[in-house]
Design a protein around this ligand. Structure first.
Ligand code: BES
Ligand code: MN
Ligand code: ZN
Length: 481
């Protein structure tokens, strides 16, 4: 898709010949002398539309307006949330028209977060997955033109939104691909392909190198599959070498059958999305390549399948992680933490300023927070506050969960340093407590995206979350000039 931002007033927007014009207006809207204003003023008076988001009005070939379709949508105070809600509702009205070029006119000077929300909501609503269709219809929308009364500094905000969209769409693409089209090796290929964009380095380790590093926990998960594991290391260096990097660790289980502790058949196909954390890391790097911010970022992706063969790891097996800690694998379906723990230990070598892992880790997190907010765990108030704020600003929300040491009680075992599961209560927290044992050398946060990374049902598909949150967070770490 192609994006343009321009300064425009409402009378010029009324004369703009286009397939569709979406007018976003706020509580402070002052009608001018143009035809769109006249229509809107009447509709407001009649109560067919409101300045609050939620009620949208579709008009076909309205008098005096050059656009074939006009959608009026209130955005209230113009917060990022209001903008997103209004655009999502309006896009639903325009869906059947298969529009190629959309003009959005914002009748106010939006906040940066508000403008980003508009661009991301249009992109989100128009995205279409095509990779494994033989005759894909594809995305209809090719071009988005956003008009504003004045641009000010919003150009750079717009560029950031466009780069974020590119990152989100790369993440969606890889998360959506079926597991036979997104093996660990193919995922490594996607990471390598990012190098061409410039500013990014990529190194891919295979089974021998991972064995050499002593990643016994990661290897235990991978050993039940014929598909070889990959450990992907991405680097983006936009700042001086002396600047400590932020490390992102993405869970890259390309398919999670549960292993010997096998999952039930219904919805098991959705476990192709179990590499959504990895996909979000790829998406962030895609955006970094475009934005070239003055920060250093490392991306780590432990990737393998969690399958079942004659060599598969068994409940009760004890393995030695790279950290030296031994782990009793009581449930082979708690594999995410087993691949992440070795990646966390690997992260130590970068002397990071912070490490954030991103994982579709627990069904318990879906029960706790549903599809609205990702679970966020961190012993650092500073890091937690920054991530929470980044979630709000990007409308890619998260919620802080507790890490009291009492939650780790259930991980005790007679046969190893730690067990990989505790009981069912507080399952997302006990998983985080397991990871915390491997993250004591740096400020650390864990994002459980099991509920937010994809949608089930008729709209089944990846969401691209939490690419927007992570980017917002990373860019917020740049010191102000
Ligand atoms: N990938 C799953 C988590 C998951 C489940 C994500 C459902 C999205 C929807 C993870 O590997 C897993 O299987 N976790 C287990 C842990 C349990 C065995 C302690 C779970 O949540 O059931
Ligand atoms: Mn599992
Ligand atoms: Zn899993």
């Amino acid at each position: 898709m192609n994006f343009e931002l321009k300064a425009l007033d409402l009378s010029a927007a009324s004369l703009d010949k286009c397939e569709a014009l979406l007018l976003l207006f706020g509580a402070g809207f002052k009608p001018g002398k143009d035809p769109v204003s006249a229509l809107l003023a009447e509709a407001l008076k009649a109560g067919d539309i409101d300045t609050k988001p939620g009620k949208n009005l579709f008009l076909y070939r309205p008098n005096g307006v050059a656009a074939s379709r006009l959608v009026l949508a209130g955005v209230g105070e113009g917060s990022a949330r209001d903008m997103r809600q209004a655009v999502t509702g309006a896009m639903a009205l325009l869906k059947s028209a298969k529009i190629k070029k959309l003009h959005v006119y914002v009748a106010m000077i939006p906040s940066g977060a508000g403008l980003r929300a508009i661009v991301q909501a249009v992109a989100d609503a128009s995205y279409v997955y095509t990779s494994t269709k033989s005759e894909p219809e594809g995305r209809h929308l090719q071009r988005l033109v956003v008009g504003l009364p004045a641009l000010g500094k919003l150009h750079s905000v717009f560029d950031r939104a466009v780069a974020t969209v590119a990152g989100i769409e790369l993440a969606k693409e890889w998360a959506n691909r079926p597991a036979n089209h997104a093996t660990p090796s193919l995922l490594a290929g996607a990471a390598r392909a990012l190098v061409k964009l410039g500013g990014i380095r990529c190194e891919v380790l295979g089974p021998n190198q991972v064995a050499g590093l002593g990643m016994g926990s990661f290897m235990a998960v991978a050993q039940g599959s014929d598909e070889p594991l990959r450990f992907i290391v991405l680097r983006y260096d936009g700042a001086a070498k002396s600047k400590a990097p932020t490390v992102l660790v993405g869970k890259g289980i390309t398919f999670d059958s549960g292993g010997i502790s096998i999952k039930p058949a219904p919805e098991m196909d959705e476990m192709k999305f179990d590499m959504s954390g990895a996909a979000s890391v790829l998406g962030v790097f895609r955006a970094l390549a475009e934005l070239k911010p003055a920060i250093n970022v490392v991306g780590l992706i432990p990737s393998c399948e969690n399958l079942i063969n004659g060599r598969a790891v068994k409940p009760g097996d004890v393995v030695t992680s790279m950290s030296g800690q031994t782990i009793e694998i009581l449930n082979t379906d708690a594999e995410g933490r087993l691949v992440l723990c070795d990646a966390l230990t690997y992260a130590e070598r970068f002397k990071p300023r912070a490490v954030v892992d991103i994982a579709t880790l627990t069904g318990a997190c879906v029960i706790a927070l549903g599809a609205v907010r990702s679970g966020m765990f961190s012993p650092s108030d500073e890091l937690a506050t920054a991530l929470l704020a980044a979630g709000d600003a990007s409308q890619d929300l998260c919620w802080r969960m507790p890490l009291d040491d009492e939650y780790a009680e259930g991980l005790k075992t007679n046969f190893a340093d730690v067990a990989n599961v505790a009981g069912r209560p507080g399952g997302s927290i006990t998983a985080a407590k397991f990871l915390q044992r491997f993250a004591d050398k740096f400020p650390w946060a864990h994002l459980d995206i099991a509920g937010t990374a994809w949608k089930s049902g008729a709209a089944k598909g990846a969401t691209g979350r939490p690419v927007a949150l992570l980017l917002e967070y990373l860019l917020s770490t740049i010191p102000a000039k």
